[in-house]
Design a binder for this molecule. Structure first.
Ligand code: ADP
Length: 362
């Protein structure tokens, strides 16, 4: 187990001079499970591959434990990596696949057998040890790939979109399994995904990235409640946060003027001083909209479609040109095509600077 520390790590790909990572400085605690998340192309794989030693670091310092590893070969970094493509040896059995790296390291056979048995137990692969990868399902193959990393008992596990080839149900099951493995081994784990749900459920902390720049690092719920900017606010959460840009004015309480005579009354909570009188983006989570009639309605929008998901319904609305989504209880869903009065529950509206996207805080 070890801490991993990045200090001003930068990556510029020589071909084309593309800045894949601008300047990343953060630490992954000893035994922590950290997720790197962001849209495709944001640089998360590049960052993980630099930690693995598969990609050269242009500048900055990378430490694993108490060693600077910038110039250390992958095999000397004491890490184990799991990829989206399982990359199993097709002509070897499950047991041989798991044992292979240990044989290369010339571990005694008894040790190898014990480690393979222990990993097989942890991953419930005991009955499959003599099968070849071609005789396994996708989920079983990914288990073997995890097992192969486990037997190495590395200081750090690196996982790059390991579940992306699996169907949704298997993914949820494997997510829980990876969390369980992490809890049992206590090994530092860095996990890359583009999937915000995977990031939220698996990360003890999450690093949100965009265009090679770290946007925010925090626990899942802190990122959800306290996003630093519009990108983080709208990237995490499904359906995504609603955003309405308009001019904020005080008129017996705060009112957001969206233009074309559209007005949204806002809860009379503590507003950030910078938002008091000017152009802002208001961010409203779909769960903070509630059906309201008469004077309680703070806005009235037209219901376009109603999507039932079982325990709740997603109601897609339109307020002039602005789309909105509300998560409502499944009983008595509103009628499509009809106007619906809504209130903003609590003081849950967030404000952002329209130019920079930065959160405006009270
Ligand atoms: P992600 O994993 O977030 O999808 P990557 O780390 O794979 O993103 O890529 C980050 C950026 O670097 C992308 O714009 C990608 O096109 C570019 N890139 C990745 N690998 C190379 C390479 N070998 N040469 C040049 N550019 C690359």
């Amino acid at each position: 187990m070890a801490e991993v520390v990045l200090e001003h790590v930068r990556k510029v790909y020589p071909q084309g001079g593309h800045v894949a990572i601008a300047d990343a400085s953060f630490a992954i605690g000893d035994g922590e499970r950290l997720v790197l998340v962001g849209p495709s192309g944001c640089g998360k794989s590049t960052l993980l591959r630099m930690i693995a030693g598969l990609e050269e670091i242009t500048s900055g310092t990378l430490r694993i434990g108490d060693r600077v590893v910038n110039d250390l070969a992958p095999k000397d970094r004491d890490i184990a990596m799991v990829f989206q493509s399982y990359a199993l040896y097709p002509h070897m059995t499950v047991a041989q696949n798991m044992a292979f790296a240990l044989q290369l390291r010339k571990l005694p056979k008894a040790d190898i057998d014990a480690r393979v048995r222990q990993a097989a137990d942890m991953l419930e692969l005991g009955a499959l040890l003599q099968r070849k990868p071609g005789q396994l399902s996708g989920g079983q193959r990914q288990r073997v790939a995890l097992g192969r990393a486990l037997v190495r008992q590395p200081q750090v596990f690196l996982l790059d979109e390991p579940l992306s080839n699996l169907d949704a149900k298997l993914r949820a099951g494997m997510r829980a399994e990876i969390a369980r493995i992490h809890a049992r081994t206590g090994t530092t784990m860095i996990y890359v995904t583009h999937d915000q749900v995977e990031a939220m459920t698996l990360g003890q902390r999450i690093v949100v990235m965009k265009d090679g720049v770290v946007q925010q690092i925090d626990t899942p719920m802190s990122l959800y409640r306290d996003p630093a900017n519009l990108f983080v606010a709208t990237f995490l959460g499904s359906p995504a946060m609603n955003t309405l840009q308009g001019m904020l004015r005080q008129d017996e309480g705060p009112v957001l003027n969206l233009g074309d005579g559209l007005r949204v009354r806002l809860p009379d909570a503590r507003l950030p001083a910078a938002a008091m009188e000017g152009e802002v983006v208001a961010g409203i989570r779909p769960e903070h909209l509630a059906v309201a009639g008469g004077k309680d309605a703070m806005l009235t929008a037209t219901v376009e479609t109603v999507e039932p998901v079982g325990n709740e319904v997603f109601v897609n609305l339109r307020l002039g040109a602005h789309p909105l989504v509300a998560r409502l209880p499944p009983e008595d869903p509103p009628a499509e095509g009809q106007p619906l009065g809504l209130s903003l529950r609590g003081a849950e509206v967030l404000f952002f600077d329209p130019a920079s996207g930065k959160r405006l805080v009270a």
